[in-house]
Design a binder for this molecule. Sequence first.
Ligand code: AP5
Length: 221
Amino acid sequence: MRIVLLGAPGAGKGTQAKRLAEQFDMQHLSSGDVLRAEKASGSELGQSLSQYMDAGQLVPDDVVVSVMAKAISAPSDKAGLLLDGFPRTVGQAEALDKQLDELGSPLDLVVDIQVPDERIVARICGRRSCPECGAIYHVEFLKPKTPGVCDKCGFEGKFSLRADDREDVVRERLAAYNEYTAPLVGYYRGGDAGRVLRVDGDKSPDDVTTEMMSMLKADRA
Ligand code: AP5
């Protein structure tokens, strides 16, 4: 199964993608994580990404498409592919369609997690991540069972904040989403590239997971 997860910043794409990937044995590829890893590597390409990512702007299509094409075509022992944050423009979606067609494995589904804009800032500004395994938490909405200890890997210490999780940057990211990424729903609805399932993301993380799991199981049945 090959799935694209759409949703505004903070809609819960990363949180849900980790759960779905585990349940359905899929490779989870987050474009944000791939780009942040490139940035952290200190490469020339990585250094050029800061000007966009730190300001909450989209990285140019040619750069993202080339980095993601490489990640998608890398060998994986997983049965499926779950793309989180890619594509984010119609140009990226067209490039992805072309690559998947060439690989003989077109998209099966597009899942659009919907959350009202007014929820986004509180979600993102309270996000914390485990520096060891990347598990995502929230200071209020999704706390680890034991404070300061990661539920997934047992890491103990200070959880990480993302450099672009400041309120002014979040508002830029949301504007970029509404301008460039929201129209992708129409792109996928109009073509034969996949089917779009809408999920109400304005519920607790566990309730969103339950809804997504049951939709995906029903779709596979
Ligand atoms: P990226 O890392 O993809 O960020 P994003 O799309 O802005 O999404 P987020 O990771 O912020 O949110 P999420 O939906 O994954 O939410 P999460 O599950 O973490 O991109 C970062 C930057 O990279 C971009 O700005 C751009 O510069 C660049 N980039 C990346 N891809 C690109 C592309 N394709 N093209 C061009 N540029 C690109 O949840 C957020 C918080 O909410 C967490 O604290 C979580 O615990 C909490 N939460 C989750 N679900 C719920 C819930 N149901 N109720 C309450 N709280 C919840």
